[in-house]
Ligand binder design. Sequence first.
Ligand SMILES: [Zn+2]
Length: 77
Amino acid sequence: MNNPLLLLIILPVSLFLGLIFAYDMSRVVYTCPKCGKRFRAKWYKYLLSGHYGKDKVLRCPKCKTRQLCVVSYDQKL
Ligand SMILES: [Zn+2]
């Protein structure tokens, strides 16, 4: 990896893919199992929180409890 031209290509592409990934993640709707609140997780929270498959440990904005939230497949709030 001493080719600067290769780095010039890889860097923007990986940055671009990272942005798409973050954008995609911020659109995912989770449902709180306790109160049924549907919410979107911020992309940085998505990256920081633990996950079990598609479900994630997130803090519910309504009841403020941290728990395993289920992905809503219809993606409607
Ligand atoms: Zn809740």
